[in-house]
Design a protein around this ligand. Structure first.
Ligand code: ARG
Length: 459
């Protein structure tokens, strides 16, 4: 016996078909989940009176052995096995003879694969979640030491207003925190068990899909057997979450790349997370950050690939659905590689805070302070903005910084401008003043840190 479907065929499959059709090279990683689902199915068949007690214990024993043999590599699949379900049924039959063939009653590879992939994704999502929490913790740790360190804040990559470095790092942490939420939310919809749907219509045997669902850790069995085998929303949604994580990693990576550039020289990436050049001995390259940026491409591509596969597919199962697995595996595998490396890079990055502080007020980044100062004096913001703009223009033509403008020149620009405006032309002062909820000032950042640490402790 090789194929699960040999009965009605005169000859075997062509080599070309066999090579095309097989999913075993990539679905073998689902073996532990397939075995777990098989054990649950065996119990249901027993309760339905379709397996004797002896047969059940034989089958459960063989499934246990297979678990071990798959893990230690003594049981291996071959190309002729076609897929993980075929290979494991072969394993059972090799151990038990005819009894091994009883397990197929009431189920199909269609509900099996849908179940296996959900089980796998739910497990992997937990690992992904833990990795994300690690990265959030690394960002929060760095932010703690930099909670009051002044830095230029950018819009359009131009100096906008000063911010604290801690605030900038926590901005990235917030995105990853939403990604953790997205995974949790995703899991609620993914926790539906397709087993029992059979090929598409359920079963005429007295199975118990709810019991199977519970045994496998799902919240409930699928409401509709056609949907159960046709639905890959859970995979597409997970790929969206992976893409979003990828985009977040890419934006963080991009910042680290320019922070580490000679021109910025804001951070030094630790040797353990940098690479060199084969020709230029002086080079130290931010490969981790670049791969964070680069891998987002394939993560988004994997989502795209699955959505295009699903689009227009008639219900219920079609072999096109076999194409769901590689994008999912690829995205999860790559994030598993990427997240620990990015976390390590973030945790060990050293900030050149003096240099960053010096550039914080440059580019007239405190011009908004002048406008706000005028507003506090009762001037409408519209005019205040105009006056502050004139001070900037004056500075540009004279080569001065805002705080260097002479008293008389301030007066000449506006009667409201007196020398006491210089009090707000100080980076630390400007930052300290930003103390409202969610603002960049050290006080607000301390609150934000407290909340994020509380959040991490709750996990
Ligand atoms: N390898 C198949 C897949 O990944 C398993 C389901 C096969 N079902 C079928 N009716 N041929 O989708």
């Amino acid at each position: 016996m090789t194929k699960l479907w040999g009965g009605r065929f005169q000859g075997g499959p062509s080599e070309a078909l066999e090579a095309l059709n097989a999913s075993i090279e990539f679905d073998w990683r689902l073996a532990p989940y397939d075995l777990k689902a098989s054990a649950a199915h065996a119990r249901v068949l027993y309760r339905a009176g379709l397996l004797s007690e002896g047969e059940l214990s034989q089958i459960l024993g063989a499934i246990n052995e297979l678990h071990t043999e798959v893990a230690d590599g003594t049981f291996v699949a071959t190309l002729a096995d076609e897929d993980v379900h075929t290979a494991l049924e072969r394993g059972l039959v090799e151990k038990l003879g005819d009894v091994g063939g009883k397990l197929r009653a009431g189920r199909s590879r269609n509900d099996q694969i849908a179940t296996d992939l959900r089980l796998y994704c739910r497990d992997q999502a937990q690992a992904l979640r833990a990795n994300l929490l690690g990265l959030i913790a690394a960002l929060a740790d760095q932010a703690e030491g930099l909670a009051s360190a002044p830095a230029p804040g950018f819009t359009h990559l131009q100096h906008a207003q000063p911010v604290t470095l801690g605030h900038q790092l926590l901005a990235h942490a917030q995105g990853f925190r939403r990604d953790v939420d997205r995974l949790d939310d995703w899991d609620r919809r993914a926790a539906i068990c397709p087993l029992g749907a059979g090929a598409l219509s359920g079963s005429s045997l007295p199975l118990d899909p709810q019991a199977v669902a519970e045994e496998l850790g799902f919240t409930t069995a699928a409401e509709n057997s056609i949907d159960a085998v046709a639905d890959r929303d859970f995979a597409a949604e997970l790929l969206f979450v992976c893409s979003m994580i990828g985009v977040h990693l890419s934006r963080l990576g991009e910042e680290v790349i320019f922070w580490a550039s000679q021109e910025f020289s804001w951070v030094v990436i630790d040797d353990a997370f940098s690479t060199g050049s084969s020709i230029m001995p002086q080079k130290k390259n931010p490969d981790v950050a670049e791969l964070a940026r680069g891998k987002s491409g394939r993560l988004v591509g994997n989502l795209q690939s699955l959505l295009v596969t699903l689009k227009g597919l008639p219900f219920a199962y079609n072999k096109d659905l076999q194409e769901d697995k590689e994008p999912v595996f690829d995205s999860l595998d790559n994030l598993e590689l990427l997240l620990p490396a990015v976390t390590g890079m973030v945790a060990t990055m050293r900030f050149n805070t003096d240099r960053i502080r010096t550039s914080a007020p440059t580019g007239f980044a405190l011009a908004t302070e002048v406008a706000d100062w005028l507003v506090r004096k009762g001037i409408p913001f519209r005019s205040a903005h105009e006056v502050a703009g004139e001070v900037v223009a004056h500075c540009e033509s004279t080569g001065l910084e805002l705080h260097e403008v002479a008293d008389a020149d301030l007066r000449a620009i506006s009667e409201h401008l007196d020398p006491s405006v210089r009090e707000v032309l100080d980076v630390e002062g400007a930052l300290a003043a930003r103390s409202t909820h969610g603002a960049t000032g050290p006080k607000s950042v301390a609150v934000q840190l407290e909340r994020i640490n509380e959040y991490l402790n709750r996990q």
